[in-house]
Design a protein around this ligand. Sequence first.
Ligand code: COA
Length: 261
Amino acid sequence: MNKKALNEGRIVDDRMGAIQRLTMDNTDKKNAITREMYLAMACALNNAASDPQVRTIWLRGAGGVFSSGNDLADFTKPEIEEPAPIQFVRALVNFPKPIVAQVEGLAVGIGATMLLHCDLIYAAEDTRFRMPFVNLGVVPEAGSSYLLPRVMGSAKAAELILLGRTFSALEADTLGMVSRVLPPAEVASAAESAAIALSKQPLGAVMKSRALLRDVSGETLDARIEREFEIFYESLQGPEFAEAARAFAEKREPDYSKITL
Ligand code: COA
């Protein structure tokens, strides 16, 4: 494992084969995200986006907690020219590869809204979720005012945002915010298995599929079907389908690890 600590250890960046694991590690403050942590995560994501060796991100928090959101102390400091949360959200939203989130303990504020930009989200059943933006006199961020009503419907989104109440992992699951809820002891291994499985998938097909799933441009169904088939038939000419077809004929598992995009 190639392990390097970014930013005084507050974001720990581990490479495990094709998986880049990012750990928010500010446990004294329940992994509140400081300005430096946002910038370190933005930098790690931007580097991983262009690194052909990285196929999947595995995002988690240290000490059995995902994150208590923005470090509240940072809100009172003078802002830098482009606020660090904006730089982080831009890097996250534009990140082209799949992200697996391991969510435990707390997912508050941006610790909850960043999950809307992750792909596979495994949550411990005792996780408390909360988006207390209105309670703090501000508004929801990271595209959540746009995405939450689409994920769960406007009445549910309004209750969670306007009241800012705490909700359980089970409710987050029912509302479509997480992929699966698990006993706390099983969350890390579920996230790891998913990251390993994802990193063995053909990356080109994964990236194109998640881009389709995440597209919020509002095109018509007809236009979407046209675009899907365009990418579908283009993909049939590519090296990933060739490997899939060869592996099927040879009755073996496909190996996409040597295919570069
Ligand atoms: N920013 C800065 N410090 C934070 C923090 C945050 N977002 N969340 C927690 N902390 C600090 C607490 O002040 C406390 O510090 P202390 O030990 O010096 O008193 C420490 O982390 C532990 O938090 P505590 O409140 O004792 O833990 P808890 O399990 O009882 O409650 C929370 C956890 C997250 C529910 C609660 O701390 C909280 O509401 N934090 C603010 C969350 C928030 O508003 N985030 C921003 C959204 S935009």
